[in-house]
Design a protein around this ligand. Sequence first.
Ligand SMILES: Nc1ncnc2c1ncn2[C@@H]1O[C@H](COP(=O)(O)OP(=O)(O)O)[C@@H](O)[C@H]1O
Ligand SMILES: [Mg+2]
Length: 385
Amino acid sequence: MVRLQMALALSADLLPAVVRWAAQSTDLAVTAASPDLRGALEGAGPPPDLVVVDDVVLRENPGWIGRLREQGLTVVVLGAEEAEAFRRALAAGAVDFIRRDAWAQELPAVVERIVAARRPEPRPLLAVFSPKGGVGKSTLAANLACAAGGRTGAKVALVDFDLQFGDLATLLGIEPRATVADAARLPSLTQDALSRLLQPVEKTAVSLLASPLNPLEAEEITAARAVEILDALRRAYEVVVVDTALGYTDVNVAALDVADLILVVLTPDVVTVRSVVRALDLFRDGFQYPPEKVRLVLNRDGTGLRRDEIAEALGRPIDFGLPSDGAWPVRAANQGTPLWLMNRQSQFVRATERIAEALFPRPQPARRPRALARRLPPLSLTGRG
Ligand SMILES: Nc1ncnc2c1ncn2[C@@H]1O[C@H](COP(=O)(O)OP(=O)(O)O)[C@@H](O)[C@H]1O
Ligand SMILES: [Mg+2]
């Protein structure tokens, strides 16, 4: 929970009511509350992020107006709607101006916007799953991780939760020094300790947490531990992509539960489509996942059943298609290089890039809280109003 440290410099008629309101907000902690600016800014509490100041106080403390701005604080001014008050607010570098008598209606929304702007972006966790083997799950997971990092510059963790038969290390040409089993044995799952177990995939933004080298180690990894590992990775990396095992093992279901998005990979044949029908039923009725948590990826699109036939059988549309790409995916796997590095123009990579584009839109420039200047009536500013 992000708590905004707020100092209040308000005259005595406003102060008690605003303090009472702030005490009820879980987003706010009041660092100081004073009828003058010195008391609000130099109190014993921690330095504030936000100062809510009354124009009456600004008027009485002219020497402090410039200092507010210099300290780089976020300032909100409450005042009467008049040119002088607007000017003082501008000089103080205020991000917002609220009518004094409307504070109870307007201040909560302004604070909410400021809190929202400071909240870190949620860190997406994607699980790549299929009820059938050999459909392209690992090939997609590896290349999607590369594409996600390439698009956004984000640090990506790729996790091989196919604990018995995982092959991401081989696909990516990595000799694992440590694996999920080592992560599960860590006495304390700190970000630092965990990050040391991942190995970078050269020339990409991806780091791999490989599956255990000995299939018997898989039994040591509990679902609870798997969730702790994923939570710690989510804190340390900006994107987490999990390749899953076949079937509904405890660890698999734990990963599916905590995922923000499940990419279900299928191929256009009757056997696979039938299994996916059952998987989607289980997701909906058994696991109670909302439909938007699941996306369908049709690999080898165009080589068997048609998309519309599959969509009809599944009762929902296919979200993404990946073409059959001849020998390219196998060639890359044999070289131990992500296809994403080996041939960016290959059809498989281009289609993977389109998935990354849809799932990881480039970050928008952060929106400033509504700029004060836009709310100022121009006539007031020139003094002719
Ligand atoms: N679209 C595709 N075109 C060509 N070969 C593919 C394609 N998708 C997967 N493959 C190949 O199919 C095999 C199985 O893919 P893999 O990703 O290991 O499947 P899974 O992880 O679902 O078992 C691999 O040899 C891979 O290179
Ligand atoms: Mg696999």
